[in-house]
Design a protein around this ligand. Sequence first.
Ligand code: C2O
Length: 568
Amino acid sequence: MAYSNTIVRNMLLSFLLILSSLASFANAKTHYHGFIVQETKVKRLCKTHNSITVNGQYPGPTLEVNNGDSIVIKVVNKGRYNITIHWHGVRQIRTAWADGPEFITQCPIRPGRSYTYRFTISGQEGTLWWHAHSSWLRATVYGGIIIRPKQGDTFPFPKPNRDSLLLLGEWWDANPIDVIRQATRSGGAPNISDAYTINGQPGDLYNCSSKDTIKVPISSGETSLIRVVNAALNQQLFFKIANHKFTVVGADASYVKPFTTDVLMLGPGQTTDVLIKADQPPARYYIAARAYASAQGAPFDNTTTTAILNYKNAPTSKPIMPTLPAFNDTATATAFTTSFRSPGKTLVPTQIDENLFITAGLGLQKCPPKARARNCQGPINGTRFTASMNNVSFVLPSNFSLLQAHHHKIPGVFTTDFPAKPPVTFDYTGNVSQSLWQPIRGTRVYKLKYGAKVQVVIQGTNIFTAENHPIHLHGYDFYVVAEGFGNFNPKTDTAKFNLVDPPLRNTVSLPVKGWAVIRFVADNPGTWIMHCHLDVHIGWGLAMVFVVDNGVGQLETLEQPPKDLPVC
Ligand code: C2O
């Protein structure tokens, strides 16, 4: 009797399981969107600009989905520049064709043409964002991606009363494309920006901006989920709200073990989800962001962007301003970035198949003897700025995307000799001899077998100047198992690895004059760029590409290219 009861119960249970998985499958939605890339009049800092936007919105439309949903977005380019759109942090499992970086997974969408991106969000919850991945267009072409739990699932924390998205951006009082073109001609550093923004608005501390300052409503006693995205082009930012503490609950669309802090630091590309409790007297409190600038002596935009946390029934007095850390407060930045843990024990790989050591930093290219002085405006006479990983300054192809070249076996587009370690060993964070400042140029990739367990030690260099670099890997989330200052020492630093609950990220903040160690399993076939998310550094070549082979069977194989994939 007891025996048959168990059978009946098991049958019932598996029946319920099937039902519920069917239900969740039925609940997964497909979202259809049209993105029209167009020139739009945008008024900021007292001037009107013709800016490239999506659907005339700056920032662009927010995508709101549930984990498991699919997204179909037709991008129509009615602007005057080539463009692509990248869905930053979306894993794009088997759909590398939809990832978006120009000349890596697709050729650009030319003016007058279109391309439809199709992909599914799977196993990611929290906040991501999308942005143009072509030249400096992302200065105005970006928006948020909010991924809520599957229908019927809940957050791993009490449901917040409100949910707000705050996109931190960077504004030039000029056409950003002209700014980067001018710098590329001169070989010098591009002009610094004129403002930072919160949801596209600089805020009260800038000219002609205060009447449009963003207001974030809250009522006493409420808890609000605030999703912070650093969408700035070239600047790490500190972020604070006067008199309020944050409980950090997520980053890069993965949950984290909650911790409290009163300041955030995000590198471009990173997202941080926080809860705040409205436990202060009803008033108006500034939400503020400004630079964390770690490169010694380098000019940076030293302004502060603000929005206002607006309590219901607050008196209309002057908002209270938080005290932000000093621009060079590396100690505060480090205290924040090293507070992250996954919520529990993770599946971080412990046996490693591929162990890479990759240096990352700037360089200076000597100009050829006959070059014009106006094209050699680097910081030392007769040089141009450059940047590299393992001494290779990455050059984008131009006839085919790397993914096409890989998929259709087109020769001559890339070489597979990206080195697994630097060609010379040196004191990376010491006084680097100028003979080591000049990298070679190339479109070199590193091949990975499907399923390989990969460790990358990313080592910052002090070539010309050291600084913090937000290193972003496409197509993957990776575990950050350790970070530190100085030169990575495998003998002593390996002991410090967190192989229990390291955080899962898509962008790691590489400490200034320091290193970070990441691990991932190469379970997504395609061509995946890993680069510094400061756009000024991508242009100089601070990038490399992993080419991940197909595995066995359909589920481990890249899909066929879409029919409307742009050609070069
Ligand atoms: Cu958000 Cu290749 O970047």
